[in-house]
Design a protein around this ligand. Sequence first.
Ligand SMILES: Cc1cc2nc3c(=O)[nH]c(=O)nc-3n(C[C@H](O)[C@H](O)[C@H](O)COP(=O)(O)OP(=O)(O)OC[C@H]3O[C@@H](n4cnc5c(N)ncnc54)[C@H](O)[C@@H]3O)c2cc1C
Length: 369
Amino acid sequence: MMGCPVHTPIPECMLLYRQGRLDEAGELLFRNNPMTAVTSQVCDWEKFCYGHCVLNVKQMPVKWYEIEQEISGQYLEKVQLERRSQEFSGKRIAIVGAGPAGISAAMWLYEAGAEVVLYDANPRMGGVLRYGIPAFRLDKKHCDAFEKILADAGVEFHGGVQLGKDITVKELSASNDAVLLAIGAEEPATLNIPGEEKSVQALPFLKDPAAYKLGKKVIVIGGGNVAMDACRTAVRQGAETWVYYRKTFENMPANPMEVEEAKADGVQFKVFQAPVEVKEGGVVFRDCENVVPEDGGRVITRIIEGTDHFVECDTLLVAISEKPDPKLQEAAQGFKNVFSAGDFLTGPATVVEAVASAKAAINEMMNNL
Ligand SMILES: Cc1cc2nc3c(=O)[nH]c(=O)nc-3n(C[C@H](O)[C@H](O)[C@H](O)COP(=O)(O)OP(=O)(O)OC[C@H]3O[C@@H](n4cnc5c(N)ncnc54)[C@H](O)[C@@H]3O)c2cc1C
């Protein structure tokens, strides 16, 4: 429980599960974490519940996430939001961003009595769950279920509305009791190398893979979850797909299971490779190596000069990292009733951490309204 960012009540739910009281267990999980049906599938369990299982020391850890998947998957179909408390009664709250953080906040705030209006630049709800993580890893039916739950409760949703263009923080702040910004971290980091304009960013590719003609050979640069989803999507489009990464496998920020899945899909990996120039028909890479500083400090990865080599490819997909929009971060400053949550607040993190951060933002709202 303590290893989970939302402190999932594992022992209580296990007991209910053993007694066959699945709906009660489902309700407990959902109230604590509206994304339970999703996080039980996409969390890095090693890092959270599985890795912190108390049986880890002498026995096999419990695969709690499998039980959670079973309970929460079936319960999601039955969820109905109810006004459960009066904490936000009479308060009008605008939420911008209908990803995991915004959706979770909308559900909790509705149940606490608020009139919630949800906006998103995309036409449908889900954020990265709908427009980033591929369907072979996460069924979009979960996003459909969240839409239905909120619509059934009468929560207003305005899709296709972009903050900073169609609406401003100032306007929202003036016309609502509170505003929650949960607009994620979508600004891609760039390689800053010559010829980069010939490359394709992984996030727009993942949003609509069919819109891209990848060609026969694809190189993906990066080692995080986005890189793994991009390479696994490319390989499904029939391309010979390689991941080139600057450091070692151990340094890859991706969930280790995702790296294994990518290998199983037929993606090939080359580590200790830094891109230095994108050219017509391929990329120039330079070898890297790990160096232990003389003072015994942290190992650093450095580029080895004079090792340039050209690697052919038809498409270069860049997935090195993302950050929140700095202009909108600045625009959110100075308003007492404007709060932030999810990746927009923390930088790129995980679904369960976005939920935890939405919970924290609501507590902050409660203390300040
Ligand atoms: C490809 C990919 C794979 C991932 N895989 C995993 C994984 O396996 N496990 C895991 O736990 N995490 C994973 N993550 C991370 C996880 O998805 C995010 O941490 C999480 O979605 C953050 O939730 P959020 O609600 O803060 O933001 P988001 O999910 O990004 O949602 C933000 C929403 O805000 C909207 N928005 C953005 N700008 C504006 C604007 N100006 N106006 C109006 N609306 C706007 C967007 O359209 C979007 O709907 C992955 C991320 C990516 C990109």
